[in-house]
Design a protein around this ligand. Sequence first.
Ligand SMILES: [Zn+2]
Length: 84
Amino acid sequence: MKQTDDKCPLCQGYKYKSTTTFTVDLKFGVVVVRDVPALICEQCGEEWIADKEARELENIVNDARQKHSMIEVANFADLLKVAS
Ligand SMILES: [Zn+2]
């Protein structure tokens, strides 16, 4: 667990660097992305995803929307490999 100096605006607990699972319900289907880098509050568990990662997730969601996938499951690390 890598603690940061960043404090949670909700409970003042410290955020630490970790990964989370991002899920979105698109009505016709769901998108699940595992191992997304995120800052997580050690006290209340609130999660923050940075802009760079959020943009990547947006691409995945748009992609799934176009494909009309019922279930789209991805691993964030794999996606970065494909992109580069
Ligand atoms: Zn908190």
